[in-house]
Design a binder for this molecule. Structure first.
Ligand code: ADP
Length: 533
């Protein structure tokens, strides 16, 4: 017995830091709040920009929540969790990233106050879960249906998303809206239960410097920023049977330098003959499958190009991986990693493959692909900055359109739904009673952070504004919210064309609640010592 005394039992490695119970929770909440606090000032149309400088000294100036959290190198695990939520929100719906972090921060701040009153985390978690479910139910009830079969409605949504960007550039705005609406309509697949499935992977955006934005076009198919490799090859192939390869049509050179000793000219010839034969065999194998177009991610040797040209096969080399994948999806081809594995059934199909001149360059157009839902938006513009900006805006619009097509319903913006849900949640809380009631009320208070932050960004008094909104909502003005651009409250945000897809709002509330709940479940923080230099 005595021998066991005084011997320390080491379970954790030396240098490991541990905090638990209230301390761990407080640490986590604090870290998450710091992040949320930072993002607050970027919320809404009058949100301010952040200037981020990475370890290489590169500067990014943005007020886009997703970009901010991606660029920031967050250390604390709890803050990292919020970063993950924002990224998930971005990937899922492509919008609402700032909101989700701000709301999660607010939920945690209110939870902290309850913890201070010695309310057990599990009660807060139960209350928050109930509140979240109720909030989603309320959202469904207050949302307004939109007829997405009517192009006019889609255009309206697209214009709202582009908003103030391209201000004073009417025709360019119209052009972007046209491109996005037409592309989405081709890609959308009706779902039996209503709404549409829209896979944005089917829309490829290809940027090509030159001319102007007004010369951008929508192509039904895929456009590759590549040219046909050999002058002897056809420039146009109809009824194209396309081999999509992730394999070089080259002799694999060994990594180490090899010396081949040849003693006479005949030997050298036979050695070169052998190489030529291997390449010719490769081309023969491809031709035997019936392929008349080859597109590979890797290189094509000059000799192989020559044989391909002789067979009348159009070939493109060094295509981007993402293009290869899109191409395979569009044409129904299988990406083959070795020519030996190429079979007739691995080939894809398109009505036409053609090299065309675009500005000063040549590009390869693959049109009438097997999958008719595959399109490319070919953006034109005078310089790279303009093109990048156009691509970002187009992506925003495409996401907004996809969200509305998936679930054709909208709610007002400007904090309107948050105030409405908060009001209804407080009534609901009263029916639950006990300490959980306090948690549900805390959830309601947290939601009102959104209108309050928006009011602040517009130079209005946040508290007064929320009070005014509460009073409007009690008069059944469901979509009364903050008109940020005019610094006043509006009785119906829909009337001033500020709204959001229901899908985005639901995802914001779900994502933020789940993040807050996940952090409230952690009562032990064990951090390994950083590795020694
Ligand atoms: P997020 O990254 O969360 O989408 P945003 O900076 O886009 O962040 O802000 C979105 C919030 O701003 C939403 O609550 C939205 O309703 C609100 N909003 C956007 N435009 C307006 C406007 N013109 N007036 C009032 N609120 C607006």
């Amino acid at each position: 017995m005595a021998a066991a005394q005084g011997i320390p039992v080491l379970i954790l490695k030396e240098g490991t830091q541990r905090s638990y119970g209230r301390e761990a929770m407080r640490n986590n909440i604090l870290a998450a709040q710091v992040l949320a606090e930072m993002l607050k000032t970027s919320l809404g149309p009058r949100g301010l920009d952040k200037m981020l400088i990475d370890s290489f000294g590169d500067v990014t100036v943005t007020n886009d929540g997703a970009t901010i959290v991606k660029e920031m190198e967050v250390q604390h695990p709890a803050a990292k969790l919020l970063v993950e939520i924002a990224k998930a929100q971005d990937a899922e719906v492509g919008d609402g990233t700032t909101s989700v972090v701000v709301l999660a921060g607010a939920l945690l701040e209110k939870a902290e106050a309850l913890l201070e009153q010695n309310i057990h985390p599990s009660i807060i978690i139960d209350g928050y879960t109930k509140a979240m479910n109720k909030a989603l139910e309320i959202l469904d009830k207050i949302a307004m249906p939109v007829d997405v079969n009517n192009d006019e409605n889609l255009r309206k949504i697209a214009y709202t998303t582009i908003g103030s960007k391209y201000a004073g550039q009417g025709p360019e705005k119209d052009k972007m809206v046209d491109l996005a609406v037409n592309a989405i309509k081709i890609v959308a697949e009706p779902k039996p239960e209503g709404g549409f499935n829209v896979d944005l992977d089917n829309i490829k955006i290809e940027k090509k410097k030159g001319e102007s934005l007004m010369d951008s076009v929508l192509v039904r198919g895929i456009v590759l920023d590549k040219e046909v490799v050999h002058p002897g090859m056809p420039r146009r192939v109809e009824h194209a049977k396309i081999a999509v390869l992730d394999a070089p049509l080259e002799i694999q050179k060994p990594d180490i330098t090899t010396k081949i000793r040849v003693s006479d000219v005949d030997q050298l010839d036979s050695f070169l003959d052998e190489e030529t034969k291997i390449l010719k065999d490769m081309v023969d194998q491809i031709a035997a499958t019936g392929a008349n177009v080859v597109i590979t991610q890797k290189g094509i040797d000059d000799v192989a190009q020559h044989f391909l040209a002789k067979k009348g096969i159009l070939a493109v080399r060094r295509a981007k991986r993402s293009d290869i994948e899109k191409l395979a999806k569009a044409t129904g081809a299988k990406i083959v990693t070795s020519v030996r594995d190429l079979k007739p059934e691995s080939l894809g199909y398109a009505d036409l493959v053609e090299e065309r001149k675009v500005g000063n360059d040549k590009m390869v157009f693959i049109e009438g692909a097997k999958n008719p839902r595959s399109v490319t938006i070919l953006l034109r513009g005078a310089n790279d900055m303009l093109l990048d900006e156009a691509e970002r805006n187009l992506n925003d619009v495409l996401h907004a359109l996809r969200n509305i097509m998936r679930e054709p319903k909208i709610v007002g913006g400007g904090g309107a739904p948050e105030v409405e849900i908060a009001m209804q949640l407080r009534d609901y809380a009263a029916t639950i009673g006990g300490k959980e009631q306090l948690a549900i009320e805390a959830f309601a208070d947290a939601l009102e952070t959104i209108p309050s932050v928006l009011a602040e960004s517009a130079g209005m008094d946040p508290l007064d504004t929320v009070m005014q909104l509460r009073s409007l909502h009690s008069k059944k003005l469901t979509f009364a919210g903050v008109d940020v651009l005019n610094s006043k409250t509006a009785e119906n945000m829909l009337d001033i064309n500020v709204y959001e897809p229901l899908l985005v709002k639901k995802q914001v509330i779900k994502g933020a609640s789940e993040a807050a709940i996940a952090l409230l479940k952690i009562d032990d923080l064990i951090a390994a010592a950083p590795p020694k230099e």
